[in-house]
Design a protein around this ligand. Sequence first.
Ligand code: PLP
Length: 472
Amino acid sequence: MENNLLYRSLPNVNVLLEDGRFQTLIRKYGRENVKEAIHEALEQVRICISLGQTEEEIRQKISALPDRIEALVMEKCRPDMRRVINGTGTILHTNLGRAPISRKHMEQIASVVTGYSNLEYDLDAGKRGERYSHFEGLLCRLTGAQAAMAVNNNAASVLLILSALAKGGEAIVSRGELVEIGGKFRIPDVMEQSGVTLAEVGTTNKTHPEDYENAVTEETKVILKVHTSNYRIVGFTKSVEIEDLVSIGNKYSIPVVEDMGSGALVDLGKYGLFSEPMVQDAVKKGADLVCFSGDKLLGGPQAGIIVGKKKYIDILKKHPLTRAVRIDKFTAAALELVLREYISEETAAANIPVLDMLTKPLEETKKSARSLCAMLKRAKLSAEFSVCPCEAQVGGGSLPMERIPSMAVTIKPEKIRVTELEDRMRHLPVPVFGRIINQTIFLDVRTIDKNDFKLIVRQFRELDIFETAARD
Ligand SMILES: *Cc1c(COP(=O)(O)O)cnc(C)c1O
């Protein structure tokens, strides 16, 4: 048949749009998306005709059009942001969403946010309430503080605290603590942004109490201690403990603030990990305000949590900047649920994904790795799988030196290069991330939910990702 006759045998866009087969698709994904997909699918057939494919081949393509159109619509409408499987062993992976929220908590959050809620309503009093009220009591109970609030993230906590307490004045910080956290959060820059003059004291490796005391002037509004979350100064070092800063603060009536970064509420030392400074200790030792992230070691939603003396929290709550950095209802709901788990430590370790991954015994990860490895071997794929010890890490700028013994399933593809496999794994419908070590992909099972093992194997098998030509 002549090419122009083949072109003419193609169905018309508007006719296809009215076709009964596409009505469900239109209801679900909208007319515009389906129309675009039809155009695209037809264009693909036109290209095949122009390339001189046989009439037989073209007829086949035309009869496959409905399936092709449906596939195109789904592809178009698939959200760009989606879940991935993290086999990197980095628990707080900043690029992969930092702290995961548990499904159980997410269901409760969904029920709160899909309708109206008492976000700012006091049900007992029958009048307007505060969005912090749902978790302020919990934070006070868990940390021993008088009052608490939360803002968008911990960078915002520091900005708000400095703006509210020290604008136009000076804040004293040790030179050993002028940190930069990922994403260009730098203490000196935040100072400037808050309209605060930085009074640096001490040296990079050593700062003494008298360094702070000598720096106190009429202009001093805050003494700030910053936890060096993402680096360590080792060797000949000295920093000033919070209790010593508190004595100086008390002597000169200057509030003492500690930015703890991660801010652990449970002692990770009990689980064989390094002990991070704990929020309740800083409060007990008299810090006026302590701030930390909601989605680092706490394992909750992105938030900046601020706890401390009521006098100062009240000032923060009233500050105009607070309105600009306030948390939304998702965060408020999630924060309450996560904090509730901390009332008993075992519950927290079991129900908060980050803590569960951090504290899971090596023996358990070994079992998981063996089970994933066996499943992969049974799938008869063109790769060699084995179980191998590895090291997980906390990540997210927390505990930079800490390594956690863990177990991985290693993958050595037989027909394709490791970099090619890594690329294909990243392009799966649910992308799978691992680490390449010595021409081998390591999937650390500490950061993979056991319930995802089947999905991993199914995707590997159905899309033939180990074969020379993978199916897309
Ligand atoms: C991580 C961190 C921050 C920033 O916290 P975000 O919640 O990521 O905004 C600030 N200060 C310290 C010491 C940190 O470790």
